[in-house]
Design a protein around this ligand. Structure first.
Ligand SMILES: Nc1nc(=O)c2c([nH]1)NC[C@@H]1CN(c3ccc(C(=O)N[C@@H](CCC(=O)O)C(=O)O)cc3)C=[N+]21
Length: 286
């Protein structure tokens, strides 16, 4: 029977460190601030937003949400994003993705300055993840997955890690972060042949596909660490992961639940990134 690895102890530890740093900033009259930009009302965005606002409140980080209409034009969206980036009171910007279809990401992806881009939207930060340059900001969600693995002392060095999913928000950066920890990484996706067999070779399995309960015990190697990054929300607001936890828990060594798993750590990493951005911005001024 695997360990149900909850996010709370991991999130608590990060939150405590963040709180201390926020206090130090306040002594210098610096007030770390996060701006969230949401386009439309996707359920998964709203769920992240509620949890993020709560986390920032508990860390005493200022937090504002800019809500834009789901049918906003490309030009208006670019204007709004430029305004947010130009606001000197803002240290970190989180833009929810995916964006609606009328918005071409390629035409707006450089607007958030790399120093404020705490969830890795700007290609400069994407490059830093690839290079392993720690002045950048890897996306919060895959960072949270790594924090959980480290907290529960899951060995990564030399191990087989399989990532299910290749999005820019989770799958691809997760693979880079695992590689940085000296794991051997395989990235799987919708065209992968014999998916369950490939997944079942993994010592560490990261599920980030976006399909509710898709990962069943035939995907899992005996004793593997299974990290469920999926956040699937139905129209009633019920949240499920990508992993069928009840089916997999017997076979695995460790498994994260949804909710109360990776998601809860994501908001703590987000807070940590805001204070890091604030620190870097202020060092650059001095
Ligand atoms: N650029 C971008 N980066 C993201 O990381 C991103 C995104 N866009 N768009 C939306 C999805 C969704 N997402 C969640 C993260 C945490 C919780 C979370 O904290 N959930 C709590 C429960 C919250 C509740 O109960 O409503 C938990 O899992 O325990 C939820 C959802 C990040 N996403």
């Amino acid at each position: 029977m695997g360990l149900l690895a909850k996010g709370k102890p991991v999130a608590d530890k990060i939150t405590e460190e963040v709180k201390k740093e926020v206090e130090q900033f306040k002594g210098k009259n610096i007030f770390p601030k996060l701006k969230i930009v949401r386009v439309g009302e996707r359920e998964d965005d709203l769920s992240y937003e509620r949890a993020a606002v709560k986390r920032m409140n508990s860390c005493k980080i200022e937090c504002e949400v800019l809500e834009l209409s789901a049918d906003i034009s490309q030009d208006d969206f670019a204007q709004e994003l430029k305004k947010v980036d130009g606001d000197e009171t803002v240290h970190g910007i989180l833009l929810f993705r995916p964006l609606p279809k009328q918005i071409n990401e390629n035409d707006v992806k450089f607007i958030i300055s790399p120093e404020k881009d705490i969830d890795c939207f700007n290609p400069i930060n994407v490059a830093k993840v690839l290079e392993g340059d720690e002045t950048g900001f890897p996306p919060c969600t895959p960072t949270a997955a790594i924090e959980i693995l480290k907290h529960y002392n899951v060995p990564l060095k030399g191990k087989n890690a399989v990532v299910l999913g290749r999005s820019m928000v989770v799958g691809k950066p997760a693979a880079m972060l695992l590689l940085k920890e000296n794991a051997s990484v395989t990235i799987c996706h919708s065209k992968t042949e014999n998916l369950p067999d490939v997944a079942a070779k993994a010592d560490i399995l990261i599920a980030a596909i976006g399909k509710s309960n898709m990962v069943t015990s035939d995907f899992v190697k005996e004793g593997a660490a299974v990290i469920d990054v999926g956040i699937n929300v139905d129209s009633q607001g019920n949240m499920t992961g990508d992993v069928n936890t009840t089916d997999c828990i017997e076979k695995c060594g460790l498994i994260t639940p949804v909710p109360a798993g990776v998601g809860s750590v994501t908001t703590a990493v987000l807070a940590k990134h805001v204070v890091k951005a604030c620190r870097q911005i202020n060092n650059n001024i001095e």
